[in-house]
Design a protein around this ligand. Structure first.
Ligand code: ADP
Length: 261
């Protein structure tokens, strides 16, 4: 929505983001309703892997699994268990970032952080993951200082880069761009991946909202990555914009507006 963006970005800066949408960080739905939906979704997301773990264990226990199958079933149990552990980790992170009274429980430690250091750390951590998917990942731009919790920013950048790799194509590229703009420092993650259809763009930041459930699950997604990103951005008073075109790629920009002192 161009009107929204023009409230925050000087006119001459609009051009590259003309098609970007501003992510509504103050959700339209009441937080109570969101919380109820979340509980229902969590139960469903936990039940699916647990049902399959319990099913395979039962086959082994009752002797119904052929000896050749036992190893295979044990591997499936391990895979589903590690999926559950990652999911539970994300649920805990999210609940720390968004507690019932609106005050995050996470002990954020604000200090001067260079976004370029954050970008370089993420890129280096994900180099191997990217290589496995035949995707190139790199950081570019200049040093840009912000007041932030370093650990949380690494988490935010890692989630964005992880998606940029998982929803990419073989031979694709992920670029993390750090810039000092007149309106504030920014960190942008740009990919050449599958893109997000326009009608889904505003909703992908909701908990457990996925465009393609099977691709998300097959690549180890929990459906919570962008919700975590949104909450970390909120905690820093940063603005999120998303620009995406199906088949071309996605660009998500986090703009750190200097706080008034
Ligand atoms: P998930 O664990 O499913 O990736 P996220 O909250 O990180 O959950 O993202 C929500 C959904 O948004 C994803 O399931 C995917 O459909 C879409 N998505 C997120 N990032 C990208 C991207 N860079 N390119 C294309 N689609 C994306």
């Amino acid at each position: 929505n161009l009107d929204d963006i023009s409230n925050h970005v000087p006119y001459r800066e609009l051009e590259p983001f003309a098609r970007a949408i501003q992510i509504d960080q103050q959700s339209r739905k009441s937080s109570e309703r969101l919380r109820r939906e979340f509980t229902a979704n969590v139960s469903h997301e936990l039940k699916t892997p647990l049902t399959s773990i319990s099913g395979y264990a039962e086959l082994i226990q009752t002797g119904m699994a052929k000896p050749d199958d036992v190893k295979d079933f044990a591997a499936k149990i391990r895979k589903e268990s590690s999926r559950l552990l990652i999911l539970i980790g994300d649920i805990i992170k999210l609940s720390e970032l968004d507690s019932a009274d609106g005050e995050p429980q996470v002990a954020a430690h604000f200090e001067q952080v260079d976004l370029m250091d954050v970008a370089k750390e993420c890129v280096s951590d994900l180099q191997l993951t990217a290589q496995k998917s035949y995707v190139t990942i790199l950081a570019q731009g200049s040093s840009a200082l912000v007041q932030a919790d370093r650990g949380l920013l690494v988490e935010l950048c890692t989630n964005l880069c992880d998606n940029a790799i998982r929803y990419n194509r073989a031979g694709g590229k992920v670029t993390v761009i750090v810039e000092n703009n007149p309106e504030g420092a920014s960190l942008t993650v740009q990919d050449t991946g599958i893109g997000i259809p326009a009608k889904h763009q505003q909703r992908v930041f909701e908990r457990f909202y996925r465009v393609d459930k099977s691709r998300s699950k097959a690549t180890g997604g929990t459906g919570l990555g962008l919700a975590i990103v949104k909450h970390i951005a909120m905690l820093h008073g940063a603005k999120l914009t998303l620009e995406s075109e199906e088949g071309k790629g996605t660009t998500i920009r986090v703009l750190f507006v200097p706080r008034k002192t």
